[in-house]
Design a binder for this molecule. Structure first.
Ligand code: NI
Length: 227
């Protein structure tokens, strides 16, 4: 954006002292047009990887999935039946957002202590080309032993990202020419023990808030105290 601003300024006429009024007017119009185009470009550029998402009603987000853990074992939503499940998407080469989110999840799980095992947490790669089940499994576990990293075939990943309405798109990596990065939405989805969507959090959610929500979800899934 900085470059574009500078370019716009450079095309703005500065020395037209001897120019005819027609030339000056034309130059002004060109400058104006460039300014408008810049404004339009800035307004239409996506401001972040996460598209806005409305989640009302049941079953808009989530659904069956079939993926692989680090040992190559198939993992599906059924493995979490009866437990709340926190679902987070990303990829191991993600420079900052994914690690930040995983750190928050790890901190929240630490707060749960013994109860951490009562909630399922999966980190599903949006980059199955590079993130093998083993790679993403080890990566996720490096943040917390209760975070299960999952990968699968491109079709498997396409199916689960579609089910969770996750945006993920390969883009050229600006810092490593020839390489790619993956733009992706960064919400964490909390599903209940029946696999129904409950709510979602931004990756920047506070660990204490997330821990509170997970505790509440665990109590709800356990049938909770009669009320
Ligand atoms: Ni990421």
């Amino acid at each position: 954006m900085d470059k574009r601003d500078r370019m716009t300024k450079n095309t703005t006429p500065t020395k037209f002292a001897g120019a005819s009024r027609g030339t000056l007017l034309l130059a002004l119009l060109i400058g104006l047009a460039a300014g408008i185009m810049t404004a339009v470009l800035l307004a239409t550029l996506p401001s972040g990887p996460a598209p806005t998402m409305q989640t009302t009603g049941k079953a808009l987000v989530g659904g069956p999935f079939s993926l692989l853990d680090a040992s190559g074992k198939r993992v599906t939503e059924k493995d979490f039946a009866g437990r709340p499940l926190l679902v987070y998407f990303g990829f191991t080469n993600c420079p900052d957002v994914c690690p930040a989110g995983l750190q928050v999840i790890a901190a929240a799980l630490d707060r749960l202590g013994d109860k951490a095992g009562d909630v399922g947490v999966v980190f599903i790669t949006v980059d199955p080309e590079r993130d093998t089940p083993e790679l993403v499994g080890k990566y996720a576990a490096s943040f917390h032993k209760h975070i299960l990293g999952l990968s699968g075939s491109s079709d498997d990943i396409a199916a689960v990202t579609k089910a969770y309405r996750v945006y993920a798109k390969k883009v050229p990596d600006e810092e490593r020419p020839g390489d790619y990065s993956v733009d992706h939405s960064t919400f964490m989805y909390l599903m209940d023990g029946n696999g129904e969507y409950t709510r979602h959090f931004p990756h920047s959610v506070d660990a204490a808030e997330l821990a509170g929500a997970l505790t509440q979800a665990i109590e709800g899934s356990a049938g909770g105290p009669a009320s």
